[in-house]
Design a protein around this ligand. Structure first.
Ligand SMILES: [Zn+2]
Length: 76
């Protein structure tokens, strides 16, 4: 978190003092209970589908004479 987001997760957001890790919760049932008690969503956020980059418009109506390139691939 610190390296990627420059976010110090051990800095108290109220007094900016140092906090320390007091427990590590790994059991899914316990995590769900914590999230429910905090009224936070239990299911992960849905990730949108990936898509390719937008197709660049090709200047086919200008090709090739107006671009100064002959059909054999040599520049004018
Ligand atoms: Zn504090």
């Amino acid at each position: 978190m610190h390296r990627v987001f420059a976010l110090d997760v051990l800095e108290c957001p109220v007094c900016r003092g140092r906090m320390k890790i007091i427990a590590e919760i790994t059991q899914p049932e316990v995590i769900e209970r914590f999230l429910a008690a905090l009224d936070l969503p239990i299911e992960p956020a849905e990730i949108g589908r990936t898509r390719p980059p937008p197709q660049l418009e090709l200047p086919l109506d200008e090709w090739p004479e107006q671009l100064g390139i002959d059909a054999m691939g040599e520049g004018a």
